[in-house]
Design a protein. Structure first.
Length: 202
């Protein structure tokens, strides 16, 4: 009788241990699945963070810089015009402010802009806000982009270059469409545009 009781206890212990092992295996499987899900989530977040942002092509007009009035004001001869532009137009770089040219800092800003832009072809992203495309001095408010040898916009925009090189400061004007904070985000993936084809055909 005692031998039967001992065997019964042993059997119960084996069954109990087997259940524990199964439960342990199940918990371990769930833990591995959870780790995999978290890893996939982290990968997806990284792809979103570092994926190039898709911007609209900033090519509402194309021109050649013919004069540099100050660090943030340019004279541009239009090569591919927009309904809002003149043949030769005065441009104000949006959302930045360079020092006055009567100061040493202003002269340095003008000199830098001259070396960067004089006689260069540029794309113009013109303010589309309902408040108007021009400021009180009739300058077009624009974000300006240099272009590479294949006539693609160069990132970052000229507006940011002036700031990065210490020749201007950001003044976020809420009356225009632009958000200067995006200039310091990941480089966007610009689509190909028809103006690029026109430039290549010139």
């Amino acid at each position: 009788m005692s031998r039967i009781i001992i065997n019964l206890k042993t059997t119960r212990q084996k069954v109990y241990c087997s259940k524990l092992l199964k439960r342990s295996g199940s918990i371990e499987g769930e833990r591995i699945a959870m780790v995999r899900r978290l890893a996939l989530l982290q990968l997806a977040l990284l792809l979103v963070l570092f994926m190039p942002v898709a911007f609209g092509l900033p090519d509402e007009a194309v021109g050649r810089v013919v004069s540099v009035i100050s660090g943030d004001s340019l004279g541009i001869e239009m090569l591919i015009a927009d309904a809002r532009t003149n043949n030769i137009d005065s441009i104000k770089l949006a959302d930045i402010e360079a020092p006055s040219t009567v100061t040493l800092e202003g002269k340095a800003a003008q000199k830098y802009a001259f070396s960067l832009l004089k006689n260069k072809m540029v794309y113009l992203d013109i303010n589309d806000n309902a408040t108007g495309t021009r400021n009180e001095w009739s300058q077009l408010i624009c974000v300006v982009y240099l272009m590479d040898a294949e006539f693609r916009p160069v990132w970052p925009p000229v507006n940011r270059m002036l700031v990065d090189n210490g020749h201007a400061k950001v003044i976020d004007n809420m009356n225009n469409e632009f958000d200067p904070s995006v200039w310091w985000q990941q480089p966007p993936a610009f689509p190909l545009g028809e103006k690029r084809d026109l430039l290549k055909a010139m």
